[in-house]
Design a binder for this molecule. Structure first.
Ligand code: FAD
Length: 285
């Protein structure tokens, strides 16, 4: 839409409105391009929704009470969600997940899936707001940014949340995204590039931290390839992210003048930047 008012936002924060808009576009537009899901596409769809609703009980330090030596009595169990959505959105995703897991056949039509999304969405406690409301992913022109920006943001949030939830499978989120992009992402050229990257290095990811960093590195490779391209929003130039202004300790310069990333610092930065506690809820309906 071209008549939407500009929504002022903080460029160094993540917005729930972008995540919800991404899910809305993914479930109501991108998946709708497929009349039937079967075979690997159906497996990928089920995996995608099940990762979105996944939550794990993780032990968290009660920092105020932390003594100098670690003591299990100072850890408390908290439920960590991979997708830290609002309760009404989580209710919709959970009911969609239960319905999908219960389908006995080896084919599901989009029509049937849409009915579940729309029927459940009639209750105010079980709904995903309809229509895009980009905030941090707004473009200076309607054809810039928006959904692809939202997809990266969702993927980074999921990889960081899986790490916080102490997920048991290091590749779970990345392989789910790989499946989603391969089967459903509307930009087919992007999907081919992403698949090439996944084939090259995904098998070497063995820890949840490595998964967070893998995605960050691949996103920077894409940024590098697209810097200066026609698809780049001039108001949001593609950079090697995070910039030194955002994270000074992430960067260092070696004696020979070469730039080096401090990956431990990058990891801490990502864990904080994409953490559920920092997601802003401005502009939500
Ligand atoms: P985006 O690159 O979409 O980034 C969104 C936000 O993520 C940024 O605003 C920033 O806050 C943050 N960010 C930036 N870099 C990183 C990083 N390294 N780690 C963590 N966070 C970061 N377009 C093409 O033309 N060709 C392609 O081959 C292509 N492949 C794609 C593959 C995938 C999987 C996806 C999701 C998108 C792809 N795109 C491709 C789209 C492209 O990458 C951008 O999403 C689009 O151009 C919009 O750019 P943007 O300025 O909103 O920033």
């Amino acid at each position: 839409r071209t008549d939407e008012p500009w929504r002022p936002f903080n460029r160094s924060r993540v917005y729930m409105a972008d995540l919800e808009s991404t899910l809305d576009y993914s479930l109501r537009v991108e998946l709708a391009a497929h009349s039937v899901f079967s075979g690997h596409a159906l497996v990928s769809l089920k995996k995608y929704i099940s990762v979105l609703v996944k939550a794990r009980l993780a032990l968290c330090a009660v920092w105020q009470q932390m003594p100098p030596s670690w003591d299990p009595r100072h850890m408390e169990p908290v439920v960590s969600q991979y997708f830290p959505g609002r309760p009404m959105v989580m209710n919709l995703l959970k009911s969609l997940n239960s319905w999908l897991q219960d389908q006995p056949g080896d084919e599901i039509s989009y029509e049937a899936l849409e009915k579940i999304i729309d029927n459940r969405a009639q209750s105010p406690n079980t709904t995903l707001p309809q229509g895009a409301r980009w905030v941090g992913c707004q473009g200076s022109q309607p054809h810039f940014r928006g959904y692809p920006c939202g997809v990266w943001t969702l993927f980074h949030v999921l990889s960081v949340q899986a790490k916080k939830a102490e997920g048991t499978d290091a590749k779970e989120v990345l392989s789910t995204m790989r499946g989603y992009v391969h089967h459903f992402f509307g930009c087919r050229q992007c999907a081919e590039h992403f698949e090439e990257m996944a084939q090259k290095g995904l098998s070497e990811v063995n820890t949840l931290s490595a998964a967070v960093l893998w995605l960050w590195k691949r996103h920077n490779l894409v940024n590098n390839r697209l810097a200066g391209a026609l698809s780049e929003d001039p108001n949001f130039p593609k950079i090697q992210w995070p910039s030194p202004e955002m994270c000074p300790s992430c960067h260092s310069v070696m004696e020979n003048g070469e730039h080096r990333w401090n990956q431990d610092q990058v990891l801490s930065f990502l864990l904080s930047y994409y953490s559920s506690q920092r997601i802003l809820t401005d502009y939500l309906e």
